[in-house]
Each structure stands twice: as structure tokens, then as C-alpha cells.
Write a protein that binds this ligand. Structure first.
Ligand code: DAT
Length: 174
């Protein structure tokens, strides 16, 4: 039996930019499988130590990669994480870095219950475009795309654009 080839998509960016919102709806519209790396780590306790400063467990990146390797090989995965340089480069056909204006992001993170240093650090991460630069270092520049993610219109435009890209990729590769 011939199996349809499907692309792997990485959604990355600072916490709060809208990766989960976009990723879940994208999975609905494309039939691809959404994976939230934070949830995966939580479920499998894929941690290696505890960060006292941020009061959170430290991701065991190697175990996350081992856990996902077989499924990534099959294709058709939408991966959501606020970091991107520890995934094997070969996993992804395209990388989207979601971007949100500081004031909008500030409100979203406050609503999420972030405050103090955690809130400030995340806002700085977005101002310094830390994740975008990480993505540009880790992947071929031509597969890395920034997407504005400030309002529902941005969300809908991003969805339509990625659905279209996915359909074209499937035509070109099957
Ligand atoms: P992330 O997964 O990047 O942490 P999220 O998907 O949980 O982000 O979104 C954070 C909050 O912002 C959540 O309340 C939904 C909202 N949100 C996401 N994308 C949005 C958009 N394009 N317009 C308005 N609100 C959005």
C-alpha cells in the first residue's frame, strides 16, 4: 500500500504568541497531528533537574527527541514548543516563528498569571527576537518564516496560508 507523504511543521516563538491556538486549529483543518512538547514532557516526566530561579522542571531534550523520533519519521506532525535548537534539523520541512507586539503579549501573559521576573523575561525574549534568531541558526533560512500573531485576523490569515502550503507540499511530494 502506498502511504501519502505528509510534511512536518514546527511552530515556535515566545510563550503566549499563540502556538497552541494555531497548532490545534491547523491540525483540525489539515488532518496533521498536533504535538505540544510541553505537555509531552509533562506526561512522560521527560525532565532532568529543576530550575530554582524559574521554579520549573528542566526539559530533558534528548529524551524528548527519542520520544518523538519515530513519529517524526512518519511525517504529518505539527510540533509546538518555545524553543527549537535541540530538535534534529532534518525533522522539519518548514518552521514558523510566531511574533506578537509587546503590549499584546504582556496582557496575554498577565492573563496567564505570569508576573515579576518571569513576565519580564518573556517580554524581553520577544523584544530581542530570541527565538527567531535561534530558528535562523538552527534551520536553513529559507524554511524559516515569521508570522504576526496579534489578533484573530492574523490567526485566520496564518491558518489559511499554512493550510495552502501544506496542500501544495502534498501535491509536490506524492
Ligand atoms: P502559546 O501556545 O504560544 O503559549 P497560546 O496559543 O496559548 O500561546 O495563546 C496565548 C493566549 O493568546 C490565549 O489566550 C489565546 C490568545 N491568542 C492566541 N493567538 C491569538 C490571536 N492571533 N489573536 C488573539 N488572541 C490570540
Amino acid at each position: 500500500m502506498k502511504i501519502m507523504k505528509k510534511p512536518n511543521i514546527l511552530l515556535t516563538g515566545t510563550p503566549g504568541v499563540g502556538k497552541t491556538t494555531l497548532g490545534k486549529e491547523l491540525a483540525q483543518r489539515t488532518g496533521l497531528t498536533y504535538v505540544n512538547v510541553g505537555d509531552l514532557a509533562q506526561e512522560g516526566q521527560l525532565y532532568d533537574g529543576f530550575d530554582e530561579e524559574y521554579q520549573c522542571p528542566i526539559l530533558d531534550e534528548d529524551r524528548v527527541v527519542d520520544e518523538l523520533e519515530d513519529r517524526m519519521g512518519d511525517g504529518g506532525m505539527i510540533v509546538d514548543y518555545h524553543g527549537c535548537d535541540f530538535f534534529p534539523e532534518r525533522w522539519f520541512n518548514i518552521v514558523f516563528v510566531l511574533r506578537t507586539d509587546n503590549t499584546v503579549l504582556y496582557n496575554r501573559l498577565e492573563n496567564r498569571g505570569y508576573s515579576g521576573k518571569k513576565l519580564q523575561d518573556n517580554i524581553q525574549c520577544e523584544i530581542f527576537q530570541t527565538i527567531f534568531e535561534e530558528a535562523m541558526e538552527a534551520y536553513k533560512e529559507e524554511i524559516v518564516h515569521q508570522l504576526p500573531s496579534n489578533d484573530p485576523e492574523d490567526l485566520e490569515r496564518n491558518l489559511e496560508q499554512i493550510v495552502q502550503w501544506t496542500e501544495q507540499w502534498m501535491k509536490d511530494n506524492n
